[in-house]
Structure formats: structure tokens, C-alpha cells
Design a protein around this ligand. Structure first.
Ligand code: ZN
Length: 261
């Protein structure tokens, strides 16, 4: 995925996109907390709510939700929290608030007003809403506009890149132009729908062929290098991915063009 947006809580802004050229996670990224840190946040909030009760084992995982859905369950004496991956990299106080609210609900305790406010503020912040909406459009019901643009035909470019860089070995996924000339999400590979979506912003004569080629090549590399787990972290653009990407001859020109979009 290539994005060029600001995400995050207004007072806690990280830039992703062309600078770090990160697809994932949506915000927080490398500076986000590890799962172990988040488990510890749950343990602290548990302790605060139940000072004398024995500490249950806590399991936290992120799941792909299209909303900020979070759940907590007690199963055989162990706590299992599922957090939306939209919360990955959320500021620490917000994670404390979420842990507090979930645990208070589970154990029928009064929810602390300040914690509640902290979470509400985060959830309604414009940036999160934008991210939620973006994720919903890319993960939800897929609208298909087809590979044939006014100037460029995605399948033709795909086939040519496939021959040039992959020995023709990549299976062709669905290729489609986006509905809008999106500038914040330039392209992404949607593994769930096996579809590469390319922003229509590239389908114009002022857009050089190497730009769309680079974008498609980047997304094709996601087919070749699936997201890997490195411990609890996802590696989206790993070392091999980067090395392959560097083989694109007009990488510099393409990135410069993307920046100007
Ligand atoms: Zn990517």
C-alpha cells in the first residue's frame, strides 16, 4: 500500500506515506507499543480495579476490524482482549483508557469518567474517523471499476512488468482503477479480495508511464512478499521487499513524481 496521509491523534501526529513509505500499521508504526507493553497496560488497569484479586494471565491480540471494535472475554480464568488494528500504535493513555473500560465492563465496575473521556476523544478525533473510513472503503464491499482506464490499461502494464521483473511467474490478481482520483491512497493490494487497486490519479496524460509502473510494481511485490510476522510485529516492507523495489530503474523519478501529486 502506498499512502500519503497524516494519521493519528491530533496532538500525536505521525506521518506515513511517502516519507516512510509504510503501508501498515495505519498509525503509530515503529514507535507503537509492543504486544507485551499492551499486556502490561491491561495488568496495571486490572490491578487498579481489583487490588487484591489474583492476576489472571492476559492475552492481547489485534484483529482486523473495520471499526474500532474491541472485545474482552474471560475464558478458563484467562483474559483475552481483541483490539481493532486501528488501535495499533494509539497513544499510551488511550490504551490505558481502553483497558480500563473493557475491564470495568467485564467486572461490572464503574467506568472512570476521565478514562472514558480520553477514549471518546480519541475515537471521535477526525484522524481516527478518517482512518476508519479509509479502511472501510478498502476492506469493505469491493467496488470494481475495471482495469481499463482512459490512458492506461492496468492489465497490460501488469503483464509487461510481470515479464520484465518476475519472469512472468506472478498470477494476475484483479486489477482495478479506483473510483476517485484519490491522492492519499495511491494504490494498495487487498489480499482478501486478491485485488490491486490503483488511484485514478495516474490515468491521465500528465502522469508518466514510469509512475504507474512503479506503483503497480510496488503492489506486485506485495504478492511476491506476503506480510510476515516478526515476533508480534508485521513486516510489510521487509529487506527483500526493499531490495526488489530498488531494482526498479526509475525509482527516484517515480518517487519524486508521487511526492508532487
Ligand atoms: Zn506497500
Amino acid at each position: 500500500m502506498l499512502t500519503r496521509t497524516f494519521f493519528g491523534n491530533p496532538d500525536h501526529i505521525h506521518e506515513f506515506g511517502l516519507q516512510s513509505r509504510l503501508c501498515y500499521p495505519p498509525f503509530g508504526g515503529p514507535r507503537g507499543l509492543s504486544i507485551l507493553d499492551i499486556v502490561s497496560i491491561f495488568e496495571q488497569e486490572y490491578r487498579a480495579l481489583r487490588p487484591r484479586a489474583p492476576m489472571p494471565p492476559v492475552h492481547v491480540r489485534f484483529r482486523r476490524f473495520t471499526s474500532l471494535n474491541t472485545t474482552i472475554r474471560l475464558r478458563e480464568g484467562e483474559l483475552h482482549a481483541s483490539l481493532s488494528d486501528l488501535l495499533e500504535g494509539a497513544p499510551e493513555p488511550v490504551l490505558h483508557a481502553i483497558a480500563h473500560i473493557l475491564l470495568a465492563k467485564l467486572y461490572r465496575k464503574t467506568i472512570d469518567a476521565a478514562q472514558n473521556l480520553r477514549y471518546k476523544r480519541f475515537a471521535t478525533s477526525a484522524a481516527v474517523m478518517r482512518q476508519t473510513e479509509l479502511v472501510r472503503t478498502t476492506r469493505g464491499a469491493k467496488r470494481y471499476f475495471g482495469p481499463e482506464g482512459r490512458y492506461y490499461h492496468l492489465e497490460r502494464i501488469f503483464d509487461e512488468l510481470n515479464t520484465r521483473f518476475f519472469g512472468g511467474l506472478l498470477g494476475r490478481p484483479e486489477l482495478t482503477w479506483s473510483e476517485q482520483t484519490a491522492k492519499r491512497l495511491l494504490g494498495h493490494y487487498d489480499a482478501a479480495h486478491n485485488t490491486i487497486v490503483v488511484s485514478r490519479v495516474f490515468d491521465r496524460p500528465s502522469s508518466p508511464r514510469y509512475a504507474i509502473e512503479y506503483l503497480l510494481y510496488h503492489e506486485m511485490l506485495h504478492l511476491k512478499h506476503p506480510v510476515r510476522m516478526k515476533g508480534v510485529r508485521r513486516t510489510v516492507h521487509g529487506r527483500e521487499f526493499r531490495a526488489d523495489e530498488a531494482r526498479f530503474p526509475q525509482l527516484k523519478e517515480a518517487l519524486a513524481f508521487l511526492k508532487r501529486l
